[in-house]
Every structure is written in structure tokens, then in C-alpha cells.
Unconditional design. Structure first.
Length: 211
């Protein structure tokens, strides 16, 4: 399962999701689909989804949403190239900034994930960058000073988005869970978009000047 609201849509114009079944799983091993698998074989899951989720519940993309996603799909390869290039450049920018404590991005050669990321993805390391400032208050001051970069929880959008994970998408977790997941109060998540690189770094510089 994956969210088509991300890279496929690009502009976050509509919500959508995809279920991918390559038809090579033995669904007879599933207690729930065992009986249906005797009739449908490797297509048992697809048949179940069409009958229960699509027909009975009506969970499917509206025609207009599907149209918007198809428009995004047409330019996805170009947008990914730009987002990955911007992501790497922004990671280097943050890495060299004196007010940034640390940067986590697989495209950086000193990242513990760099070798496996290079093996799996080549020169495209994605558009998600996390970095730490000196305190949570510094993170708030930085984020509140941005003009171009928007506060939002989406990722892989055309627009550069930012949030403070510990107090937003992970706000309901206790400190012990946050520590176990390495979610720090000093950490910021940046989803780098496809804007002009100088516009992105100028906005980051503006925010860091307040820290």
C-alpha cells in the first residue's frame, strides 16, 4: 500500500492511495482468503478488494481525483529529479551552517545509510532531510520565521514543507517511545520541493538568522 497523494499527485490537490498486488503471493495461506483463493488463485486479494472495499463500501478514487493524479503522474519523473537534486543541495547547505547541530540525509557521504542508499537508489536520495538545532525553542523560532517554506505534514510535495515531528505527527507518543524512535525535541523534518534552490536556501537562511 502507498499514498498517491505524495509523489504521484505532487501538488497535494487530492487524497488517494494504491494497493499493489503483483499476483505472486499464495493467498491460500491466508485464513481469511483461503476459500476465495481456491477459486481465484493469485487474484484472490484483488477479487476481495473489488467485492468488499470497492463494491460494498465504495472506497475508490472519485473520477476528478483520479484525473488530478493522472496529471501529476505525467510529470513525476521530472519532479523527482528536481526534488532529489534540491534535497542533496539543501542537506549540504545545512551541513555547512554553523547554527545547525546535525543533519540526517542519506545523500551525505558521512551518513550511516549512504552506502545502502547509493546501492538501491543510485544518485537519487530523495527529498526528505532532517536536522537538529540547539533546542526546541530554536526550532519554533526558526519555523515561525520562514516565508516560502510551508508548515504541513505532507511529504514529497512540489512545495517545500516543514514541521517539528515531536510536537506534531508524534505528539501523542510518550517520551520513552520518542526516544526509542529517535524522535528528538530538537529535530526538524524538511520535505524539499521543486522551487528554485536559491529561494529555498534564502528562506532557510532567514529562519536560521533568528536562532
Amino acid at each position: 500500500m502507498l499514498s498517491s497523494t505524495k509523489y504521484i499527485s505532487g501538488g497535494a490537490t487530492s487524497l488517494g492511495g494504491l494497493i499493489i498486488d503483483n499476483g505472486n503471493f499464495t493467498w491460500s495461506k491466508s485464513p481469511r482468503l483461503k476459500e476465495l483463493a481456491q477459486k481465484m488463485g493469485p487474484m484472490a486479494l484483488t477479487a476481495s478488494l473489488r467485492r468488499e472495499v470497492y463494491r460494498n463500501i465504495g472506497s475508490c478514487l472519485a473520477p476528478h481525483h483520479a484525473y488530478l493524479h493522472s496529471l501529476g503522474l505525467e510529470t513525476m519523473s521530472l519532479r523527482i529529479e528536481k526534488s532529489c537534486a534540491n534535497g542533496l543541495a539543501v542537506a549540504h547547505f545545512l551541513e555547512d551552517h554553523k547554527k545547525v547541530v546535525s543533519v540526517n540525509y542519506p545523500g551525505l557521504k558521512d551518513s550511516s545509510h549512504h552506502n545502502i542508499a547509493a546501492k538501491q537508489f543510485g544518485s537519487r536520495f530523495g527529498g526528505i532531510v532532517t536536522f537538529d538545532l540547539e533546542s526546541r525553542d530554536a526550532c519554533y523560532s526558526f519555523i515561525n520565521s520562514l516565508k516560502l517554506i510551508r508548515r504541513a505534514s505532507n511529504v514529497n510535495d512540489n512545495k517545500t514543507l516543514i514541521l517539528h515531528p515531536a510536537t506534531t505527527i508524534f505528539c501523542e507518543y510518550p517520551d520513552t517511545k520518542l526516544t526509542a524512535m529517535n524522535i528528538r525535541q530538537t529535530m526538524i523534518r524538511l520535505s524539499v520541493g521543486i522551487e528554485d534552490l536559491n529561494d529555498i536556501t534564502d528562506d532557510l537562511e532567514r529562519g536560521l538568522a533568528t536562532v
